[in-house]
Structures are given as C-alpha cells and as structure tokens.
Design a protein around this ligand. Sequence first.
Ligand code: NAD
Length: 480
Amino acid sequence: MHKVLNYIGGELVEPNAHKWLDKPEPATAEVYAHVPDSDETDVWRAVEAAHRAFPSWSATPAADRSRMVRRIADAIRARLEEFARAESIDTGKPLSVASTVDIPRSILNFDFFADAVTQFSSEAHATDSVALNYTLRSPLGVVGCISPWNLPLYLLTWKLAPALVMGNCVVAKPSEVTPMTAFLLAQVCREVGLPPGVLNIVHGLGPKVGAAMSRHPEVRAISFTGSTRVGAEIARTAAPLFKKISLEMGGKNPNVIFADCDFDEALATTVRSSFANQGQICLCGPRIFVQNSIYERFKEALVARTRALKVGDPLDPKTEQGALVSHQHFDKVMSYIEIARKEGGRILTGGAPAKLEGRCRNGWFVEPTLVEGLGPECRTNQEEIFGPVATLTAFEHEDEVLAWANSTNYGLAASVWTKDLSRAHRFAAQLHSGIVWVNCWMLRDLRTPFGGVKDSGVGREGGLDALRFFTEPKNVCIKL
Ligand code: NAD
C-alpha cells in the first residue's frame, strides 16, 4: 500500500490529525494508496512555511529561480516513465497517453516558464513630454493553486511554474482523486534542492483543504481549475477578501463540421476530440454538429471508428480507452446516458459499461458512446458530462448552427471544420468561446491566453498572462 504525504516546509509529513482517505485504482477498483485527509491546521502550517520562505525566494534573482525551475523539469524528464506509470494507475488513462502527452507537457510547463521569466518585461508609457510612467511588478506573496483530476500533473504545473518563477511561494492542493504525481513532484523538489517552503503541497478534500486556502487571509491569490460549481464557491469566499482569482472551469464544447471540410481529417480528429482521455478533457468537443449533405456518411464513418476504439487495461500499450477516474464519476456518466435515452436520444454505439476480463474486471470502464436525435436545448446537450459520450446533430445553415453552438452557459473551446476561409474567420469571431480551433483540435502555443468565457472562466492564464497574474503591478509616474 502506498502512502502519500504532504509536502510542507521542505519535509514530507503526515497530516496533523493523522486521518487518511482511500485511493482506489480506477482500472481495478482496488485501493492501492492512502492519501492525507488534511484539514485547516495543515493549510495553516503550509501557509506559514510559504510565508517564511517568501522574503528570500522573492529576492532570488529571476535567472536563479529560472534555473531552479528548470532543474525540476529535468528531474521529471529523467523519471518520465515512473511519472507516467503513476499517472496512468492514478487516473485510469492509457499509459501511452500519460507518457506521450501528460508528463511531457508537464515538463514543458516548467521549461516554458523558466524561459519566459528571463524574457519578461514590464510596461513603460511616455505621456507626451509631460510624464514618464513605468510599471513595477512584484510577486504577490503566498498564492494558492487548486487543480482537478483529469490532467493532474499538467494542470497543477501550469499554475505552479508561473507562480514560482515570478517569486511567489505556493500552497498547492491537487485533486484528492489523483494525488500520486503531485507526491512524486514533492520528492523531485526535495531532490533538486528547492528551498523549503517555496512550494508546499497539501492533500485532501476540497471543502476542507481548498476552502481553508480560499479563506486564509495570507493567501493573496487563488488559481483554480475545476468545475463551475466549485469555482463559484471559491469566488464567493475569496472575493470579499480581495484575493486575485483565476478560474478555469467547465465546458460543453461544440465541434462544427461543414460539408466543405477535409472529411478524413475532420473524422479522425473528431474521434480524438470526442474520446481522448475517455472524454475527460475540458477541451473535448462532445457536441458534434454536421452539415446535412455529409451527415449520414460522416455518422456511419464515425460510428465505425468509435466502435473500433480498444477499451482495455490502461497499462496495456495497445489500449486506446482506459477507465473513468472514479466510481462516482462512472455513476455520473452512466446516469447521463440514461438521461439521453429518456430525452429520446438514439444510441448509435456504446451506451453501456465496458466489460473487461482479468485484472480490470471490476474497473470503471464505459463504452465510447454516440447519441443522435437530441435537440440542442436538452440536458444531454447543455450539461457537462465529462465522459466518453458525444451527440451528433445535423444542421443546414451557418446561422442555425452558430445559435446552437452558442446555446450553452459554457464558452471554453470550439472547433470549426471548413475550407472556406471567409466562413472560418466569420464563424470563429462569432463563437462565444475562449479558444476556437479551425481545422484542428488541441493545438496550443503556450504564449497565447488560455481560458473560457461565460461560465467557463475568468482571469485568463497562459504565457505572459500567467506571469502577470502572479504579480502586483505598481505604476510609478515621473513628471518630466
Ligand atoms: P472539482 O471542481 O470537483 O475539483 C477541482 C479541485 O477543487 C479539486 O482539487 C477539489 O478538491 C477542489 N475543491 C472541491 N471543493 C472545493 C471547495 N469548496 N473549495 C476549494 N476547493 C475545492 O473538479 P474535478 O471534478 O476535479 O474536475 C473536473 C472539472 O474540471 C470539469 O468541470 C472540467 O471541465 C474542469 N476542468 C477545466 C479545465 C479548464 O482549463 N477550464 C481543465 C480541466 C478540467
């Protein structure tokens, strides 16, 4: 049995109250680790440690902070297979995905921000010949980073890395559902000699640990990725304390396929954008709209490709679809398949738990599922399912599909497939979405702003925006 420990003041420590949570492996449903069930006192200790470390870390030259963060990247790179295996066992995602996507991209987060801080510049504005303004940007102090389970190391490091390079000290709370890679990260930080207290990781439940971070007066910012419901709760707690907040939340993204698209590319990418990581990526596009004239052909091909996806043991290199992350999430996804049926949806493929033999016979596997015949306003098409369930809807006109694409409360990401350049630009500009992909999906340049509109997020992160988020600006105005 593995035992995950908190990382506070440079030490790996048990939770103050010595309470533990069971951590099952999604592919087998068997408990394989105990995770700290930390409480407010652990958060206080972590904030104290971060507070003590702040004067020295914030005074460390940016180039030295950059070198330290790069050392973390290099140490993870050296243990890539160990991290990938831990992530696969922890989340149920295929090992092939963890080792080629999640862990390399986590390393890239550290590398990217280690570079970015050395290139960071602040603003200066000359007011004619009257005055010269320049902006000093100092680190905030102790900041809180709260992350979800679907890309556990990637999304955690996306926050930690910019916070650290800018001179902040961090209290981080990974999802209690997937703690293992954060625990490995703590070990790496000790190995490379990150000064004690610069990064602290407190494991445990959101309402205990995350809520204590959100209301702690010394925590000057909360950077959160997770559900819209919890994001709203954090905003309610943190706003009266005037903390900076960045909220990256849910999505229900449209994938709009016009008849003039590159059919094969649109098809292959739609399989990925619907089912990658078992549909548990906030950027997945589970609402698929296909123009009438190619609808039947596209549907037939998509159903065939979806049926061919190999659901299996996440540790098997041939597996394309692993397990859902938890029993609770499995139940949620299955309940939405039931809702889709009740709303009159026709299940084209899938629609049931996937039954596996051997080691994985009790795991939380769901067949990749395609549903048609549902209106854009029904619950299946409005609420975030966050699993391997996508709907197919035919459309005739651009205006009609634009209205449907924009009809949810979410606005995280969207995909558009067309060879008509004018339409691509026109359509992209009108979508209510933080990111629009034209003829692609999940391509990212880390320098661009990242995040959603409407109920999907506020306080964009990404590239230079993330570096700025973790600073307090001060304008100095000099009369000339
Ligand atoms: P969640 O909101 O349940 O949990 C996210 C984190 O918040 C966890 O660490 C959890 O313990 C913590 N938390 C829970 N209650 C809290 C509280 N009261 N105060 C403070 N922290 C609390 O989300 P999840 O189920 O872990 O992740 C799935 C969700 O994340 C989906 O909605 C998905 O769309 C979203 N997501 C968004 C993005 C994005 O970039 N927009 C990326 C990945 C996932």
